[in-house]
Ligand binder design. Structure first.
Ligand SMILES: C[S@@+](CC[C@H](N)C(=O)[O-])C[C@H]1O[C@@H](n2cnc3c(N)ncnc32)[C@H](O)[C@@H]1O
Length: 311
């Protein structure tokens, strides 16, 4: 059973909120680069921080901790199971912890019986896909599957059924009670939206800063993984996103956007260099983590594009 540390209730600053999921394209590796390219006045002004493709929220949690002056944050994702999980953590962390803790105990009890463990996993997956559970149980299933599935992948078929097989972890952390509680505290100043990225504009006010981390453009037709939801994010979406960036630029908002450096992979591919030619394109080193073949997890460049000149 996961024991809650009593001091956590009174001293939340002892712990720092960190992503509660493994997620393709998680930005933990890129945080120093993101920080070095933030607007100069980011630490001094009270910004509204807007992240339209939240995923596991690595940048969000880090910024909320590092910049207490952030007055409000608005996060969004098209994956409604993901945003439901954020909402449940925000409103009902303790109830979520009890369900998750039970699942963890049940799963650990099967540690030495691979067959039963597998039956347990696939039953939970079926239950998740039926989407008949209440919001808290559905969020618990989401976290359970994320922690126990193959490589922490989130992949669904056209019917929005999660279809990732079981992973081979012996004793994965399924219920990180301390982190769920600090994440819940951090989310109290965060508005959680579900839908297309463009809707976030309705929530922008004075001093809003947008950070876009869309599904990356694949480096080649067969290479990268960018299927998080039942709808693909193809070149047309990348162009629509650029048009949105131009729109908010002309409205006076500052933004940063990350994507894959397709030109670094194929010198003739100028897709992003042309698309964002009117903005500031930076290239930074980053290690991709979602490649299932450990040998292919090489160093690659990523793009960090801004509509202002970072110091
Ligand atoms: C690269 S991931 C974000 C990773 C995140 N920065 C992190 O640290 O985990 C991209 C996210 O965009 C979401 N997404 C895909 N299409 C979208 C759309 N049209 N509008 C909003 N979100 C979308 C996916 O569900 C996925 O969670």
């Amino acid at each position: 059973m996961n024991q809650l540390k009593p001091e956590l209730e009174n001293s939340p600053m002892l712990y720092t909120a960190k992503p509660f999921l493994k997620w393709a394209g998680g930005k933990t590796q890129l945080i120093n680069e993101v920080e070095s390219k933030l607007p100069n006045d980011f630490g001094n002004l009270s910004y509204t921080y807007i992240e339209p493709f939240i995923g596991s929220g690595a940048v969000l949690f880090w910024l909320l901790n590092r910049y207490p002056k952030i007055e409000k944050a608005v996060i969004n994702d098209i994956n409604s199971d993901l945003t439901n999980t954020y909402k449940v953590i925000s409103t009902s962390p303790k109830e979520l912890i009890s369900v998750l803790s039970l699942m963890q105990n049940e799963y650990y009890a099967l540690e030495n019986n691979q067959e039963k463990k597998s039956t347990y996993y696939y039953k939970k997956r079926e239950c998740y896909n039926s989407r008949k559970s209440d919001k808290i149980a559905q969020a618990a299933l989401f976290i359970f599957l994320n922690r126990t599935c193959y490589n922490g992948l989130y992949r669904v078929n056209k019917k929005n059924e999660f279809n990732v097989p079981m992973g081979s972890y012996k004793k994965p952390t399924i219920c990180d009670a301390e982190n769920i509680l600090v994440v819940s505290k951090a989310l109290q100043k965060v508005e959680i939206l579900c839908g297309d990225f463009e809707q976030t504009l309705n929530y922008a006010g004075n001093n809003s800063f947008f950070y876009f981390d869309p599904p990356y453009k694949p480096l080649s037709n067969t290479s990268s993984f960018n299927s998080y939801a039942k709808d693909e994010f193809d070149d047309e979406h990348q162009i629509r996103l650029k048009n949105f960036c131009s729109r908010i630029d002309s409205m006076g908002y500052k933004w940063m956007l990350s994507n894959s450096d397709v030109k670094g992979f194929d010198g003739n591919n100028n897709f992003f260099d042309e698309l964002y030619s009117e903005f500031k394109i930076g290239r930074v080193k980053a290690t991709r983590r979602i490649n299932s073949n450990a040998n292919k997890r090489g160093e690659l460049n990523e793009l960090l594009i801004t509509n202002y000149i970072p110091e």
